[in-house]
Design a protein around this ligand. Structure first.
Ligand code: ADP
Ligand code: C5P
Ligand code: MG
Length: 214
């Protein structure tokens, strides 16, 4: 435990983490959750890809290498991108907090490593819970290869996919296991149609008392 105070207090923001293997449907289900639960969606992968191509970024080449290798980018970079995106949102919509409402952030694809989880919760904001999309590799592989036909992503190819699966099992699953020990995981089977998965997510939220926005 560090003694630093988090940048945002749980009185002004709620943070929900969204985890699951590559291709489990995190981005897809985020669209539903933004629509119905009033979440602000922040994808760690999207923020890293944005930083990778930002002119003048000192991290562009490093990020590209890590993403192609399916490795986890050093956490200081990712946490700073997320924390700044949260601050930008709050600065843009100051009335949310003034009106006694909380900003609800859905942080997709993060934390992918235990050190990121600890560092984020110590310095940015503690999470309320983690939604985990549980999906077999063969299903995720099929979805990613199909996505790769049009995504233009450097990592939607068979070799990168294999490396990303390995990183997920070895490095990211321990984060889910740790939050599960703290009883902070809603785990949902992510096979079947988008609608079927979403119904399971809504059921899981309801059981935890998480309500859709009015
Ligand atoms: P992630 O963000 O977890 O990597 P995505 O949401 O990008 O996953 O989904 C990966 C691919 O699979 C996308 O092309 C998406 O359209 C597709 N997809 C997502 N959920 C399902 C589902 N339940 N059934 C079939 N295809 C899906
Ligand atoms: O979540 P997404 O599939 O978009 O992530 C793509 C890649 O971005 C990951 O395979 C990894 O290389 C990098 N990433 C990371 N740390 C995160 C999220 C993504 O290093 N928390
Ligand atoms: Mg995604």
């Amino acid at each position: 435990m560090s003694s630093s105070k988090p940048r945002f207090s749980p009185e002004e923001v709620t943070v929900v983490f969204l985890l699951g293997g590559p291709g489990s449907g995190k981005g897809t289900q985020s669209t539903n959750l933004v629509r119905d639960y009033g979440f602000v969606h922040l994808s760690a992968g999207d923020l890293l890809r944005g930083e990778q191509i930002r002119e003048g970024s000192e991290y562009g080449q490093l990020i590209k290498t890590y993403i192609t290798e399916g490795k986890i980018v050093p956490m200081e970079i990712t946490v700073a991108l997320l924390s700044n995106a949260m601050a930008e949102h709050l600065a843009k919509y100051p009335d949310t907090v003034k009106n006694g409402k909380k900003a609800r952030f859905l942080i997709d694809g993060f934390p992918r490593k235990l050190d990121q989880a600890v560092f984020f919760e110590d310095t940015v904001c503690p999470s309320q819970f983690t939604l985990f999309l549980d999906c077999p590799e063969e299903v995720m592989e099929g979805r990613l290869l199909k996505r790769g036909e049009t995504s233009g992503r450097d990592d939607d190819n068979a070799e990168s996919i294999r490396k990303r699966f390995r990183t997920f099992v070895e490095t990211s699953m321990p984060v889910v296991d740790e939050f599960a020990k703290q009883d902070k995981v809603i785990s949902v089977s992510a096979t079947g149609t988008v609608e079927e998965v979403y119904i399971r997510i809504q059921d899981g939220f309801e059981k935890r008392g998480v309500k859709p926005s009015a």
